[in-house]
Design a binder for this molecule. Structure first.
Ligand code: PLP
Length: 426
């Protein structure tokens, strides 16, 4: 068997990891197996998973039930394209299931392999719908500072994190910016300020030029930032009044993370499109879905949608997704996210007394701790050395453990994290 040090050397010699410096490969943490909210590396060291990797795993690691479903589907029909009139039973059943769980008004599903593809799809579809309906000048997408929507031409163009956009040349044109929806940036009138800004930007650009607004119910990569109180219903009203489609990026917030099937349920959002991925299969197989609402379907009625990816509607992904949704339902994981989220929050809240902690915030089991002037990378590496995986995201540490994490594991996670946050200032 290849030793850990040999694997590490091979990794550095052969791979380019996402979000690393080319020519300066990092020392890899090589993971070997997982169970529930626990991970083990190839040296047998154990970690509590405080992030689910990139927030993708509500049901936790090591579910043999999902492995069996995937194997069974591969034996039966591993894959066939869904282009044109080809279809398969798992993706048909999954579409029906997703629509039954989603907010009212969403009526069709377009499958993808992941989140970026979903946002590419939603943005293209919004533009195509208006083009087809006789308003081809409606091409502008309103996006928000601090938002993250992926790495494709359109999804990166709509991502409001400057560092991620730098160096790639011109991206999709006609993206216009709104302020970061973060209450502490604006004070008690935050929703008023942001809604006034939205109205003003629409007036400047011209509603007749704007196809869609895209936003996450809670900023994820941006630091697990819930919106100011009252933000979503008011934003939605402005968009409706101006005929602008609302694309809700639920790639992190769907499937239990906020304590509901969709973050839209939590905030009372009525989206024209929802984009999902990650938790739809708990990451066991790559899969995503765009849920499409009546307004879009009416605008685009009769339009040919020359758009698709080879693995659209993958039967293995769909079969695993159905079994994954069964587990979320059977094990009451939405409720668990609410209860354990409150427990974790209670243990982290005292950190706000530290001078270098700007805010502790979150919804359900997605929480962020924002610092002032302290490197978050050192908190991340300190926690990992003590067997807890957390993620540094800009000036914040973000948390989103599997929803099956136990009470004891939550408490250990919180203790270790609090210790390293406190030490970070010294
Ligand atoms: N949108 C949000 C909110 C995300 O958090 C992510 C990934 O983290 C994406 C889009 C992109 O998804 P993917 O990496 O599957 O393309």
């Amino acid at each position: 068997m290849t030793s850990t040090s040999e694997l590490a050397a091979l990794d550095r010699r052969t791979l380019v990891h996402p979000h690393t410096t080319i020519g300066a490969p990092a020392e890899p943490l090589i993971l070997d197996r997982g169970e529930g909210a626990l991970l083990w590396d190839t040296e047998g060291r154990r970690y509590i998973d405080g992030t689910c990797g990139l927030w993708q795993c509500p049901v936790g690691h090591g579910r043999t039930e999902l492995a069996d479903v995937a194997a069974g589907q591969i034996r039966r029909l591993e894959f066939y394209s869904s282009f044109g009139d080809y279809s398969n039973a798992p993706s048909i059943h999954l579409a029906e299931r997703l629509l039954s769980l989603a907010p009212a008004g969403l009526e069709r599903v377009f499958f993808t392999n992941g989140g970026s593809e979903g946002n590419e799809t939603a943005i293209k579809l919004a533009r195509l719908a208006f083009h087809h309906a006789g308003s081809p000048e409606r091409t502008v997408v309103l996006a928000r500072t601090g938002g993250y929507h992926g790495m494709g031409g359109a999804s990166l163009a709509a991502t409001g994190i400057e560092g991620l956009r730098a160096g790639f040349g011109p991206l999709l044109p006609d993206v216009e910016w709104l302020g970061k929806p973060h209450a502490i940036e604006y004070g008690p009138d935050a929703a008023d300020v942001l809604v006034a800004e939205l109205e003003q930007r629409i007036a400047e650009i011209g509603a007749h030029r704007i196809a869609a607004f895209i936003g996450e119910p809670v900023l994820g990569v941006g630091g697990m930032v819930p919106p100011p109180d009252g933000y979503w219903p008011r934003v939605q009203e402005v968009l409706r009044r101006n005929g602008i489609l609302l694309i809700v990026d639920e790639i992190v917030t769907a499937f239990g993370r906020t304590g509901h099937w969709f973050g839209s349920h939590h905030f009372g959002i009525e989206p024209d499109m929802i984009v999902t991925a990650k938790g739809i299969t708990s990451g066991y197989v790559p899969m995503g879905a765009v849920l499409i609402g009546r307004r879009v379907l009416d605008l685009a009625d009769g339009a040919t949608f020359l758009h698709g990816f080879t693995y659209n509607g993958h039967p293995v992904g769909a079969a695993v997704a159905l079994a994954n949704l069964d587990i979320i339902e059977r094990e009451n994981l939405l409720e668990r996210a609410r209860v354990l989220g409150a427990r974790l929050r209670e243990r982290l809240d005292p950190l706000t007394e530290l001078a270098h902690v700007r805010e502790v915030r979150g919804v359900g089991l997605m929480l962020g701790i924002e610092f002032t002037g302290v490197p978050t990378a050192s908190v991340q590496s300190g926690c990992r050395a003590d067997g807890v995986v957390v993620r540094a995201s800009g000036t914040s540490i973000v948390l989103s453990p599997p929803l099956v994490i136990t009470e004891d594991q939550i408490d250990t996670l919180a203790d270790v994290l609090c210790r390293h946050v406190a030490a970070a200032a010294s």
